[in-house]
Design a binder for this molecule. Structure first.
Ligand SMILES: [Zn+2]
Length: 382
């Protein structure tokens, strides 16, 4: 029997509708405390660009990236896994044809550490003589079937219809344009790559169970997810000779966008990053936390200065951030504030022409009409 499909979002609103300033207001005393707590953390963060302007931007990036690797637990994972060789095994592929386009679709399994298996889809355009192709890594968020959703592998007609209604088949869109696509299951979010929350100890949330286990081991949930993507990328660049290393796109909506932002900040092999409906401040001016618990990186604000600093670690590589005007998970003002900060960081990096922020007209979803023209321009695709 199939597991029940549970779709959660990156931070569940208490009730439907927009996150208006009213809904972000805490009562007086905890409100004053929270505001002071987070503002003083951000202001005093030793690794923010603001507090490191005695050095060059590149030098700040090196320092901040090194600190972020520690905060996110990648150093701990490297230590844990020093003697382990990650591997991938592929299953036979089949040809899929849709709307006049054909591609190979093959399932693979990544083994990023002992006793962990991450299934993924690989979509490859049927060869028409083009030898160098861009790569798209598509990282899904809080959808237990997200890697299937993104790759257009549907359970039933309803799954297909709800996906297409929100332009959620992002890897299918990419392969039709000639990209080689990798669509991994996200650890702790996909049912196929999650640890069960025994007895509902963590609120019946697999992603929170992953967070707690990883924190106790000196890691973070998001760090484990970055690790998985990096190991998949290692494999792809070593084994898929048709990939053009200068054109590596990573994208994801919601929790997949958070993963995109961290991966691109830490791994310079990603040349274009498009976090969709996810790139904002970690906390509002009032101290409200926007992302799901599983996205937390302890010390992100007190050490690095906050989520928008990730933009500075991506610069001057290309970054497009998109938000939906009707997205009930993010606040308009805090998104604008975060984007103004990212823009400043790109300017400091001399890369302002490679940063773009766009509003989509709908809610918490991909906006292909905003995304693909940006990537095409950045990749200089005719
Ligand atoms: Zn979560």
């Amino acid at each position: 029997m199939r597991p029940a499909i549970l779709i959660l979002l990156s931070a569940l609103p208490i009730a439907g509708g927009q996150l208006t300033p009213e809904r972000l207001r805490y009562p007086d005393r905890p409100g004053t405390f929270l505001k002071g707590l987070h503002q003083s953390a951000v202001t005093g963060a030793p690794y923010s660009w603001q507090n490191q302007q005695d050095t060059s931007f590149e030098h700040w990036q090196k320092r901040a990236r090194k600190r972020l690797r520690e905060l996110i637990g990648l150093n701990q994972m490297e230590k844990n896994l020093a003697d382990f060789q990650p591997s991938v095994r592929m299953q036979p592929e089949k040809i899929v044809t849709q709307d006049g386009h054909s591609w190979h679709r093959a399932k693979g399994v990544l083994r990023p550490e002992p006793e962990v298996e991450i299934p993924f889809w690989m979509l490859t355009p049927v060869n028409n003589g083009i030898t160098q192709r861009p790569l798209a890594i598509c990282a899904h968020g809080h959808d237990t079937d997200g890697w299937n959703t993104y790759a257009g592998v549907y359970r039933d007609n309803q799954h297909r219809d709800t996906t297409l209604a929100k332009d959620g088949d992002i890897a299918v869109q990419a392969v039709k344009q000639g990209y080689v696509c990798l669509v991994p299951a996200t650890r702790g979010l996909a049912a196929a790559a999650a640890i069960p929350d025994l007895n509902g100890r963590h609120g019946n949330r697999a992603c929170r169970a992953q967070l707690i286990h990883s924190l106790l081991a000196g890691r973070t949930a998001i760090g484990e997810r970055v690790w998985d993507v990096q190991r998949l990328l290692d494999w792809a660049l070593e084994n898929l000779i048709q990939i053009d290393r200068s054109r590596i796109l990573m994208t994801g909506n919601s929790g997949g966008g958070v993963l995109t932002a961290y991966t691109a900040a830490l791994d310079e092999r990603v040349t274009v990053a498009i976090p969709s409906c996810s790139f904002t401040a970690a906390t509002s001016r009032t101290g409200y936390v926007f992302h799901c618990d599983c996205c937390v990186v302890p010390g992100l604000q007190s050490e690095l200065g906050g989520f928008p600093e990730l933009g500075g670690l991506i610069a001057p590589r290309a970054l497009l951030t998109v938000h939906g005007k009707k997205d009930g998970l993010h606040s308009h003002d805090d998104v604008q504030r975060a984007m103004a900060h990212v823009e400043q960081l790109f300017r400091a990096a001399g890369g302002e022409s490679h940063f773009l922020f766009q509003w989509g007209e709908q809610g918490h979803q991909f906006y292909p009409e905003r995304m693909w023209p940006f990537v095409t321009r950045e990749f200089d695709i005719d």
